[in-house]
Design a protein around this ligand. Structure first.
Ligand SMILES: [Zn+2]
Length: 204
């Protein structure tokens, strides 16, 4: 592992697959939110290249009947964590990825402006695998040491009624306990909306 975890917003532990689906963040904005998602393409099928094809605009829309529902969509997330814990990065954290859509957190709209999006390969309401939580904890630790993260929420929490991911099977209590160990100033919580103070050394 590199001693320099980030270069230009790219995590040394992640495999970089640059996506064209991003834009600039608003000038001077603090990155204080992480939005967790789940995705699998086709839904419920793991291990294929559908997600990276979607995020790089190279998905064959005719390859599966489900793809008709998302035909032409241009989306991305900063990170994808596969079932085996492998982390892929598609957009630099410094840039604005297109993952949350119409969304709001603590009265602030457009979560994409100030959040970091992490997709877990999976299906809403279906348990995620232990290697995914292990990678997620390392990634959140690295993010929290670099950016002033205050909240870790699900897509379902910033777009209620419109989105349901990562869903009921996501282990928020376990994540809270892990963060307490690896991120000493994190507030212990079993709530689906952990409120975290800025990590030591965090900068805007
Ligand atoms: Zn989502």
């Amino acid at each position: 592992m590199s001693t320099e975890p980030w270069a230009n917003g790219w995590w040394a532990e992640a495999r970089a697959i640059p996506s064209p689906n991003f834009g600039p963040r608003p000038e001077g904005i603090a990155l204080d939110l992480v939005v967790l998602h789940s995705i699998s393409l086709p839904p419920g099928e793991y291990g294929g290249d559908g997600i990276e094809r979607l995020f790089t605009n190279t998905l064959d829309w005719d390859a599966h009947p489900y793809y008709d529902q998302i035909r032409g969509t241009e989306v991305s997330a900063h990170f994808v964590i596969r079932r085996d814990g492998e982390c892929l990065q598609f957009v630099s954290v410094h840039d604005r990825a297109w993952h949350a859509g119409r969304s709001s957190w603590q009265g602030r709209d457009n979560c994409n402006d100030y959040s970091i999006g992490i997709e877990l390969e999976g299906l809403e309401d279906t348990p995620f695998d232990p290697p995914q939580y292990a990678t997620l904890a390392r990634l959140l630790q690295a993010l929290g040491a670099t950016w002033p993260i205050r909240g870790i929420v699900g897509h379902e929490h910033v777009a209620p009624g419109r989105k349901r991911d990562p869903g009921r099977a996501f282990d928020w209590a376990g994540l809270g306990a892990t963060l307490q160990r690896c991120w000493p100033r994190a507030t212990p919580t079993a709530s689906p909306l952990p409120e975290l103070p800025a990590a030591p050394g965090a900068q805007a």
